[in-house]
Design a protein around this ligand. Sequence first.
Ligand SMILES: Nc1ncnc2c1ncn2[C@@H]1O[C@H](COP(=O)(O)OP(=O)(O)OP(=O)(O)O)[C@@H](O)[C@H]1O
Ligand SMILES: [Mg+2]
Length: 282
Amino acid sequence: MSTPGERQEEGGEPSAVEFRGVTKIYAPGTPREYVAIRDVNFRIPDRPHHGEICSFLGPSGCGKSTVLRLVAGLEPQHPPTTGSVRVLGREILGPGADRGMVFQDYTSFDNRTVLDNVVFGLECRGVPRRRREAEGRDWIERVGLDPVRDARKYPHELSGGMRQRVAIARTLILRPRVILMDEPFGALDPATRLDMQDLLVRLWREAEATVLFVTHSVEEAVYLGDRVFLMATTPGRIAEEIRLPAPSAPAREAQSEPWFNEHVRQIHERIERIEAAAKPRE
Ligand SMILES: Nc1ncnc2c1ncn2[C@@H]1O[C@H](COP(=O)(O)OP(=O)(O)OP(=O)(O)O)[C@@H](O)[C@H]1O
Ligand SMILES: [Mg+2]
């Protein structure tokens, strides 16, 4: 069912995110002109009260961040050179409250405490102090931090994992329908990374949002992804789309199961095939 103002896509089912024939050329018409992605098409259905986690996997430079930032409506990726980027049935015209982005490099304000970082978006929306701070403490707790002790800390007093928890709280407090995550756990040690995957799955279930998740880890993509997009490079494009079971067990448990390792092996094989096909012939 669509909410008022949302347009039903042709075929009846609305899309959470849809790319139609999207090409992005950086610095067009200059000697530095570069085709980052060409003719990218995909559709992630909007499943009310569920949402999907979709992983994007591909070699460095294949355009994963370009795709995410086009969805976010951030320049200079936005607008696409050609094609259409739609979220919840509407053409993207710029950043919006329906989308929230978590970056790899812990984007917090250094001069704000954890609490003030988490409530920043609510402050911009004009939510009164008492209400936003109560909500902020609630989110600090939800992401596994201490709502009193950690709330007072500044970003430089936090570990990488804690900073990423703050970044997630800061984004989710605004309840976006689409969450964009660009290698959010890439800099974390393997154990913290598994904890963060569990945290993401728990929060995603509550948020009922669609998550677009960029990673270089096949294991992470397979564990989190209801859907995995394998990208190829030069120019960047989607080579394959794979459907997978949604995460049903904690990360450590699921990732030691034989079926899981079989999916990982198959995806490595497909990546090798895609890379071999992309190599110029001798
Ligand atoms: N603002 C920009 N101006 C010019 N070229 C850019 C710009 N941003 C990205 N590119 C180029 O577009 C291509 C795709 O970049 P993008 O950052 O989307 O790749 P990626 O798949 O996210 O790579 P990584 O895995 O290394 O993060 C790269 O060749 C990059 O050099
Ligand atoms: Mg990137």
